[in-house]
Design a protein around this ligand. Structure first.
Ligand SMILES: Nc1ncnc2c1ncn2[C@@H]1O[C@H](COP(=O)(O)OP(=O)(O)OP(=O)(O)O)[C@@H](O)[C@H]1O
Ligand SMILES: [Mg+2]
Length: 256
């Protein structure tokens, strides 16, 4: 279980170093064995929250506990896999070499078996001997997911796992998440697209301008997701972001 307790994160910006909240007073419970989706527009604070959960940055205020350990304590990450927002790998290496490298760092025994299993699960096994700089965005995303799955972690923190994937890739990734859900993994993933909550999430959380809007059961949220689609269907692509933001704001006002 992950408890985000009243967390604020500010960054100092500009010449005068003025504090700007990226995340404000955020409390969230990510339950064990469940899939929680974390949705919000660009700049909402999703990646900042995720970076705090995985211990890359510290909260300015508040605390995060993972299975009882503070996020600043390395023990909090022992059973955790992480897919970063923009995964990158050294040029020239092949996927199998990258996997071997990470498996080595993680101290994974019986590396070959573990790597083969994970690469098959993410559907990138066929390209394991291809150099990474020849990978497409979707292939890189699959490799990054493979890395996060090494060592069979109990908790998976995925920052936009579906970004850059084509519709088939999105469906396949969702199926992987559904399979991991059956294995009772605790999964927390971010996305811009509320529709990603359909089928896969047990819970969702919505964040806009650093503030949480709602943390609810999907069954309750489903109605809102449908309404969202009705609204978005009327909107041209270029206005997509504005429509999403407006929708989330309306939700926030409703839930005040
Ligand atoms: N290192 C930093 N220094 C200053 N400001 C930052 C820093 N990191 C994030 N921010 C600001 O914090 C806010 C939240 O950013 P964050 O990356 O968490 O958003 P996000 O929800 O992940 O957006 P996206 O959907 O575009 O990935 C933004 O206004 C961003 O400019
Ligand atoms: Mg982000």
């Amino acid at each position: 279980m992950i408890e985000v307790n009243n967390v604020t994160k500010y960054f100092r910006t500009g010449f005068f170093g003025i504090k700007k909240n990226a995340v404000a007073n955020l409390s969230l419970l990510i339950e064990k064995g469940k899939v929680t989706g974390f949705f919000g527009p660009n700049g909402a604070g999703k990646s900042t929250t995720i970076k705090m959960i995985v211990g890359l940055i510290k909260p300015s205020k508040g605390s995060i506990k993972i299975n009882g350990y503070d996020s600043t304590d390395h023990r909090s990450r022992h059973k955790m896999g992480f897919l970063p927002e923009n995964p990158g790998f050294p040029r020239g290496l092949k996927a199998a070499e990258v996997m071997n490298y990470y498996a080595n760092i993680l101290g994974i025994k019986s590396r070959t078996g573990n790597i083969e299993r994970v690469l098959k699960l993410t559907g990138i096994h066929y390209a394991k001997d291809l150099q990474i700089h020849k990978y497409s965005k979707g292939m890189t995303q699959r490799l990054a997911l493979s890395v996060s799955l090494l060592g069979d972690p109990e908790i998976l923190i995925l920052d936009e796992p579906l970004s850059g994937l084509d519709p088939i890739g999105r469906k396949e990734f969702k199926d992987i998440i559904i399979d991991l859900k059956k294995l009772k993994k605790t999964i927390f993933f971010s996305s811009h697209i509320l529709a990603d909550s359909k089928q896969i999430c047990d819970k969702i959380a919505l964040i806009v301008k650093g503030r949480l809007l709602k943390d609810e059961n999907v069954s309750l949220m489903q109605i809102d997701a449908d309404k969202f689609y009705q609204d978005i269907d009327k909107t041209a692509d270029t206005e997509y972001k504005d429509a999403l933001e407006e929708y989330l704001y309306n939700l926030m006002l409703k839930n005040k």
